[in-house]
Design a protein around this ligand. Structure first.
Ligand code: PEP
Ligand code: MN
Length: 339
């Protein structure tokens, strides 16, 4: 259920509605907007009697939500969510660039990439400390040691750190040391992890599962929101198809599709979405052109020596060139008023 308050509803009236929702054993999600506040109600298994709310002071209407989404939807929040990562914004109309190596391998490797990322104007640095690898024999990340390196380069280059959590234990560490929690494609339907992220004070970058429908992906975001964390960025990173010319098929149509349903920002990962370095720049350009709020790519000073995902890593020069091109495309998109 969704309760829409009158434009002039007072704080006291809103608090009273929240109190009534909670007294019925439900959870209230208050979403202030530019023109009015809406309150999402979750936790009700059956049908709730709308008359509980319709006559409360300040309420414009109570609406039964029949769609599977209750919180991620534009019905609840027509204004787009702006995700604030320690002062750096995603979804505010600027172009967010999240770049860095697949995994942190050494201080030297991470710093070389970070210098280039910062120079290009990107505000977000990615780098895995814990890597979910297909083979148990592959490099699985430096673990906790990586965070020392990440915290030094955060200070030196004024970058926000995005790093992946695999489970509860690594979530605790990512929470302590990073600025944004990445939930990877392989964990998109790890519901206990999603709920844990929903209780975190950090924003969440939620990648699409490689076999997830749009609805499953959005419901994964709904899991995080239902626990009270509304700071989520969705990330399209390609899905598995019969194509053999790419690692995954980057579903660019997902960007306008998400934006039609949800107020959450959505970005494009052109690295995992293609798996081939020579395709990363063209697909990142396309991602910006279709209205993504940002892009994610992998960067390495020596891709051929990378311990993971070298085949899709841009060199520092390639990255800097791409960043310039993306900014130019973004300006055109913004000036034409993308939806
Ligand atoms: C990554 O970002 O390095 C990663 C493992 O991505 P995904 O979960 O999309 O495969
Ligand atoms: Mn990777």
């Amino acid at each position: 259920m969704l309760i829409v308050m009158n434009a002039g509803a007072t704080e006291g009236e809103i608090a009273n509605v929240v109190r009534v929702i909670e007294s019925l054993g439900f959870r209230a999600h208050t979403m202030p907007g530019a023109t009015r506040t809406a309150i999402g109600v979750t936790g009700n298994q059956g049908v709730v009697d709308l008359s509980h709310f319709e006559n409360l002071p300040g309420v414009a209407e109570a609406i039964r939500v029949t769609k599977p989404y209750k919180l991620i939807t534009l019905d609840l929040r027509p204004d787009r969510t702006i995700v604030d990562v320690k002062g750096a914004k995603i979804g505010d109309g600027s172009l967010a660039m999240i770049a860095g190596p697949c995994a942190i391998e050494s201080r030297e490797q991470a710093f070389a990439a970070a210098e280039s990322v910062a120079k290009s104007g990107a505000k977000f640095f990615r780098g895995g400390a814990f890597k979910p690898r297909t083979s148990p024999y592959s490099f699985a990340g430096m673990g906790e040691e990586a965070f020392q390196i990440l915290s030094e380069l955060r200070d030196k280059f004024d970058l926000r750190i995005v790093s992946e959590a695999l489970d509860d234990a690594t979530m605790d560490l990512v929470e302590q040391h990073a600025d944004m929690i990445q939930i990877g494609a392989r964990n998109m339907q790890n519901f206990t992890l999603l709920k844990r992220a929903g209780r975190s004070p950090l924003p969440v970058l939620l990648k699409r599962g490689m076999a997830a429908t749009l609805e499953e992906w959005l419901l994964a975001a709904e899991y995080v929101m239902a626990e009270g964390n509304y700071q989520i960025v969705l990330c399209e990173r390609g899905v598995r198809t019969f194509a053999q010319h790419t690692r995954n098929t980057l579903d660019l149509a997902a960007i306008p599709a998400v934006r039609r349903i949800s107020h959450l920002p959505v970005i494009v990962d052109a690295a995992h979405g293609t798996g081939r370095a020579y395709m990363v720049t063209p697909l990142a350009r396309a991602g910006v052109a279709v209205g993504a709020d940002g892009i994610m790519v992998e960067v390495h000073a020596r891709p051929d020596e990378a311990l993971s995902d070298g085949a899709q890593a841009l060199t520092l020069e390639e990255f800097e060139q791409m960043a310039k091109e993306l900014k130019a495309i973004h300006e055109v998109v913004v000036s034409h008023g993308s939806s």
